[in-house]
Unconditional design. Structure first.
Lengths: 274, 328, 432
């Protein structure tokens, strides 16, 4: 019996590993691609490992204000992430656990808003941002992104599983609403907040279109915008493209690693049962 | 208030009211009078207060532009010129064969991709969440990698995989003897859509896997123990214990995957431009093309509205199916 | 985690406020009075000029510095845009009211914006001197009706190109006509391809996966059996004649027989790369500008040839020019016109800019220093320019129908005639 389950386990991990290769491959490809010379990147039989590694792509990349691009991307993504986590966890908690008039309608509007393609609201959005005077600023890429309700939806789902008894008990103990939120709710939904943080950071980083239409000055460009500029009409300098893509991964990976710890803090609800 | 009514209130209202709380309220009746706010109103206010930050951003940067977008859909709107044309955009839409083809393609993508995403992420998560912490983190990171690396890398790699001459897919298939000649994957109207869906899968399962692993980790082990004691096998444990407790997460994943699949865009833009011969054209791609390449903002807005209605309908169904509240 | 969060929050908010506020003022720094009022204009440029030192935008900044030195009181902000998302950026900006003041692009888009009322008219800039020294077809491409919206600067033909070095090695160079205008017939072209393929080399790729470079495939189909894409007065699409169907059929058969490569999933850039890396013998799209762009990667000599045609080859060509956006500010429009004049006509920079594009000057008064046989040949081929139809209404939309039509024919989803008929029906509807 034991060997059967062990065998099953080994097989399933093996299957996972095979599938995992497909997932890891793009990542491997851009890292190695960043060190390949131009001719090699478009070879018919690909070089699995750069036989003549070079730093020329990186040199080309850094001749441009790459650090500024990185900084801008970073500021935008961190700010968006923080603001979204705060607003979404507050709103998600209320939608899950509080009863108030119009709750269903408000939630319905949030969900419906996600359904409409962003493209349709882009022009009105630029008009608003321009009228209020912060077009061509990093703020223009942060604030609109905070408005999108994906985070609220996620936090609502996570907050659903909060045990009511715990919340009521805290209330009876005389805790204020915000106190309950900070001391009880937040620690319990931490995995959700961590996940949301990462998702938001990445989405914001890769939000090419919003950055494209909101930023028009060289010093304001973000990594994705900057790397795109290095493409010409009929030329793709793959080496530089890969170098840019690799560079862009680094902050994302850092954030991912930092936040990952919080996933594992599984909360036992045993304390509340009965 | 007499006791029977109280009991009924508790049974009929949702789990928000609690016997203990009501008791407390009863004893504080006098205080209530001074506050001059009914409990209901106070609770409303608290709820709204929590929503204020989110609603502020949402209202300004999302809701208002949406209204404007809706408004635009009734106009023939180009760069400088705006003329009211009522429902003409919508009527033109349903006579536009490219739009209709795109609608069909989009629906196909959704109907194929979403179930696959759920099944795959669930299967992987069930395997991974029980592993040791290190392996678990590794696998979680691995499946999330395509999202991290971004569409640049993903499209370059997959374009190469599907390359008719130097791509690894043709190479493997020919070596295994499954095909004789190179197939031009992204250039063949029979295969292109499926190829896109496969790429979509790799970029879409990362988030669900992370969420499922987190939620599975949150399931109280005592429930599972209890079920095992009752003699349930792993499939039954899954169906009766895990699956119901995962419902909130599943609902989120189903709705979000549906929305993302309906709105698939950058893959199409970077790989096929909607071809070959419109076989991978999606509504979202058309919206982008009409609005930003051709400057037909009104028409694009109308398309967006139709898409939103489709998504909305799907979502309502999904909420009905997956949104049942679970209590133990 | 709470502490980390709140700290990050404070830092980020401060950072973003700082960045947001200090650069938040709209770049419209106009002095309220005074003679030399400081005017600030925004210039968006596609990669028309060769990139120097791997830094997109560097050449433009040098150009701007030279202009500002001669025109104190005008400040120019340069923003580079790329061909993929640049049009999107511009279209959004115009619609949302955040448009720049000067754009360097081509008639296809410029005239469309002009017709829609987004541009300032340049009639005063197109004086007699210009009219006498610029060909009528190019002037025609710069206006809508009687109003000029584009100040044209450079032009160049699009043709095919082959790997001269390799052809010599294969002993097949003599199958090309290298005399005069180098014209040849479809039969000669077919024989040439067969010889090439027989020696184990692949023919050019018929790219069709996106809009990019479609002027190449349109010119190709239009020339083979003489079926122009539109009629002379640009009121109708005419490529679906019997000859047109014959052309497309010939191409599809050539692909099926291995003479040409199936480019249903290949875009122009990749097709050109196949040529540059020597994997295929030729390319359907080439120009002096492209040759300049690919200089570093080319390790063989190219030979330009026109598309096969039973009579005289009729070439599509590129025209580039500058336009001024009307954002309601007269001072900016005036400053923009000065800037355009500098780019095109400055004694030092006028010619320099043209040479940086690798193309020819439309204005005969501007002397460029090209002396290579390749450039000389290209210059003479401007006598073979066909009717420029990029200013036809709905041009941009027509382009979205062309490549699917090719794909349909190549993939056998439709017959050549059906595909072209379909294309013409859809495209004609855009001429409104």
């Amino acid at each position: 019996m034991k060997t059967k389950t062990k065998l099953r386990k080994i097989l399933s991990v093996l299957a996972l590993a095979v599938v995992a290769i497909i997932f890891v491959f793009p990542f491997y490809w851009i890292i190695t691609g960043a060190f390949k010379i131009q001719e090699v990147t478009i070879l018919e039989t690909p070089q699995w490992f750069p036989l003549e590694p070079t730093f020329e792509n990186w040199i080309k990349l850094f001749k441009n204000p790459t650090l500024i691009w990185l900084r801008n991307s970073f500021i935008i993504s961190i700010s968006t992430m923080i603001l979204v986590c705060i607003t979404a966890s507050l709103a998600g908690y209320a939608l899950a656990k509080k009863n108030f008039r119009g709750k269903e309608i408000i939630f319905g509007i949030f969900v419906a808003a996600m359904a409409l393609p962003k493209q349709v609201i882009l022009v009105p959005l630029v008009q608003i941002v321009n009228q209020w005077g912060f077009h061509n600023t990093l703020l223009a890429c942060i604030l609109p992104a905070v408005g999108f309700p994906f985070g609220i939806f996620l936090m609502k789902q996570f907050s659903e599983t909060l045990p009511r008894e715990l919340l009521e008990a805290a209330k009876i103990d005389g805790c204020s609403e915000i106190g309950i939120f900070i001391k009880i709710v937040l620690p319990l939904v931490k995995p959700g907040v961590a996940a949301l943080g990462i998702f938001t950071f990445i989405t914001s980083w890769n939000d090419y279109f919003l950055q494209l239409v909101m930023l028009v000055e060289k010093e304001k460009l973000t990594m994705p915008l900057g790397v795109a500029l290095m493409q010409q009409e009929f030329t793709t300098n793959y080496g530089v493209l890969m170098a840019g893509a690799t560079l862009a991964c680094i902050p994302i990976i850092i954030v991912f690693v930092l936040f990952q710890k919080n996933f594992t803090q599984g909360i036992t609800m045993g304390a509340v049962k009965g | 208030m007499n006791k029977p009514v109280l009991k009924e209130k508790i049974l009929n209202e949702n789990t928000n009211t609690d016997r203990t709380v009501l008791k407390e309220v009863k004893s504080k009746k006098s205080r209530k009078k001074i506050l001059s706010l009914s409990k209901k109103q106070k609770e409303d206010l608290i709820g709204y207060a929590f929503l204020v930050p989110a609603v502020l951003f949402f209202g300004t940067f999302v809701f208002y532009p949406i209204l404007k977008g809706l408004y635009n859909s009734f106009f023939n709107m180009t760069w400088k010129d705006t003329t009211f044309i009522g429902l003409d955009n919508y009527i033109a839409l349903f006579n536009d064969e490219i739009f209709l083809k795109s609608l069909v393609n989009t629906a196909t993508i959704v109907l194929v991709a979403v179930p696959l995403i759920i099944i795959f992420s669930l299967a992987v998560s069930l395997l991974v969440y029980k592993l040791k912490s290190v392996s678990r983190s590794v696998f979680r990171a691995v499946f999330y990698l395509p999202v991290v690396t971004g569409s640049v890398a993903v499209t370059v790699v997959w374009r190469w995989i599907y390359d008719p001459y130097s791509g690894v897919l043709n190479y493997i298939l020919k070596t295994l003897g499954i095909i004789d000649d190179n197939i031009i994957w992204l250039g063949d109207s029979d295969y292109a859509l499926m190829c896109i869906i496969i790429i979509l899968l790799t970029t879409s399962v990362g988030q669900p896997i992370i969420l499922y692993i987190a939620s599975l980790g949150n399931i109280d082990k005592s429930y599972i123990e209890a079920a095992k004691v009752d003699g349930a096998n792993s499939w039954q444990i899954f169906r009766k214990v895990k699956w119901p407790l995962l419902m909130p997460t599943t609902l989120y994943i189903v709705v979000i995957s549906t929305i993302n699949s309906f709105q698939i865009f950058s893959l199409i833009q970077l790989l096929t431009s909607g071809g070959p011969n419109y076989s991978t054209s999606t509504v979202m791609y058309l919206v982008y093309e009409k609005a930003f390449k051709l400057g037909q903002f009104g028409y694009a807005a109308a398309m967006g509205v139709v898409l939103a209605i489709c998504i909305g309908t799907f979502s309502i169904i999904q909420f009905k199916v997956f949104g049942k509240e679970v209590s133990y | 985690m709470k502490k980390v969060f709140s700290m990050l929050l404070i830092i980020a908010l401060i950072l973003s406020m700082m960045v947001g506020c200090s650069n938040g003022e709209k770049s419209s720094g106009e002095a309220s009075g005074g003679e030399q009022a400081n005017v600030e204009i925004n210039f968006w440029n596609f990669p028309n000029y060769t990139v120097i030192d791997d830094q997109p935008g560097k050449y433009e900044e040098e150009l701007v510095a030279a202009f500002e030195a001669k025109n104190p009181g005008i400040k120019v902000n340069v923003q580079m845009i790329d061909f993929k998302s640049g049009p999107d950026k511009i279209n959004t900006a115009i619609a949302a009211g955040t448009a720049p003041d000067v754009i360097y692009d081509a008639p296809g888009r410029i005239i469309a914006w002009g017709k829609d009322g987004a541009l300032a008219k340049l009639n005063d800039m197109i004086d007699d001197g210009v009219k006498e020294n610029v060909s009528e077809s190019i002037l025609r491409a710069s206006r809508a009706g009687d109003d000029y919206y584009m100040y044209p600067t450079h032009h160049a033909p699009f043709m095919m190109a082959f790997n001269k070095t390799e052809l010599e090695e294969m002993g097949l160079l003599n199958m090309l006509n290298l005399e005069g205008d180098r014209s040849w017939t479809v039969a000669e072209f077919e024989a040439f391809l067969e010889a090439v393929v027989a020696k184990g080399k692949r023919g050019p790729v018929v790219f069709a996966s996106s809009q990019g470079g479609d002027q190449g495939t349109r010119a190709f189909i239009a020339n083979l059996y003489d079926s122009p894409i539109t009629n002379e007065d640009l009121t109708e699409y005419t490529v679906n004649t019997e000859n047109g169907a014959k052309s497309l059929e010939w191409v599809v058969n050539a692909i099926d027989n291995g003479l040409l490569e199936n480019g249903s999933a290949v875009d122009a850039g990749t097709a050109i790369d196949e040529f540059v890396t020597g994997r295929v013998i030729g390319t359907l799209l080439w120009s002096p500008g492209l040759e300049k762009l690919k200089q570093e990667s080319l390790n063989f000599e190219t030979v330009f040839v026109p598309y096969p045609n039973s009579e005289n080859p009729k070439l599509e060509f590129l025209v580039g020019g500058l336009c001024v956006l009307d954002n309601g500010d007269d001072a900016k429009i005036a400053a923009s016109k000065k800037f355009i004049d500098f780019i095109a006509n400055d004694p030092e920079w006028g010619a320099k800019n043209i040479e940086s594009t690798g193309s020819f000057a439309v204005d005969q008064r501007i002397e460029t220093t090209y002396d290579s046989p390749m450039m000389k040949y290209n210059a003479t081929m401007s006598n073979n320019y066909s009717t420029y139809y990029n200013t036809i209404p709905g041009f941009v939309e027509m382009r979205t129908f062309w490549f699917p039509a090719l794909q349909a024919a190549i993939n056998d989803d439709k017959s050549a005639k059906e595909a072209l008929d379909d294309f013409v029906v859809k495209s004609n509807e855009t001429i409104k």
